[in-house]
Design a protein around this ligand. Sequence first.
Ligand code: ADP
Ligand code: MG
Length: 358
Amino acid sequence: MANLKIANLRKAYGIHPVIHGVDIDIAHGEFVILVGPSGCGKSTLLRMIAGLETITSGQIRIADKIVNDISPKERDIAMVFQNYALYPNMTVAQNMGFALRLQKAPKADIDQRVSNAAGILGLEKLLDRYPRQLSGGQRQRVAMGRAIVRNPKVFLFDEPLSNLDAKLRVSMRSEIKALHQRLGSTIVYVTHDQIEAMTMADKIVVMHDGIVEQIGTPLDLYDNPANLFVAGFIGSPSMNFIEGTMSVTGMKDESGTIWNVGEGHRASAGRPVTLGIRPEHIRIDPHGYKARVYVVESTGSETQIIADVGQARLTCLIRDRVDIRVGDEIGITFDPTLAHLFDRQSGDRIVRMDRLAA
Ligand code: ADP
Ligand code: MG
């Protein structure tokens, strides 16, 4: 087990830079998730930590030791990939013990560690089966078992759940989280799925085009997104954005609607801004902004309404059952203290005075 420090890390493939100077500090025992859209450099970063990819510049330290020039084998790291090919002609126990057999570990030791890992993963009864006799979730657990038997300093996961169906993905999320609690190990986990990141991570690193946009706890990113990218990426359905210009009474959008954006932000009249409102923070209110309903979708537990206020199209998530149909005119409102203002040019969030104090 160990801490991990990444300092000003860069990577270029030939003349194409893909990681542009990344700094991440990971504490011993922390579960950190790198999340971002496909192609933003998550796998490249993870592979550099593992030693499978050369480092163009910068530094990686594991347990306070610089590992830039240390081979993958000597880094004491175990990686679980999306395509976790198991050896089809080996049993579960043989698959799990394979790396230890290569290291010529004593048989009693291998058996002990395989049985221990099988206990942690609930695979005890499956040790003599072959991969083809396992379900997708069981195979994924065997792949994790192969990593656990090696008792590495750091676990690296690259989208390990992407190939599983939706239901299994949800149950594996809790299993991996429980596994982390049992092992107390340092984990760096890559996913493009923000819900996976929100539900499992101690700390999330949001990446975009080879840079880190923000690092924080899941709720920190949800409550205080640093910029438009993080605000739009974290949360489901995505945050609504309305562009406009500050006026003395609020924010005026293209259709002339004046939005109440609350007090205390440092945005003076005339400044081009973007207002961000989460769908779950919008309520139905007959005295609110007049909105024309465009789409209504109910899942039973909640209703998603897409409605237009002037030219602004807003997604609203309503918990109650409502009798609202397409074409209706409704009133909607939101709590301005839960909304965010962003500078339209930089995309950065405009911090409120009341939040600065908190
Ligand atoms: P992610 O895992 O976030 O989807 P990757 O780390 O796989 O993204 O890729 C980041 C960028 O680097 C992409 O633009 C990808 O095309 C490029 N890339 C990845 N591997 C290579 C490679 N071996 N050679 C050249 N370009 C690569
Ligand atoms: Mg990837």
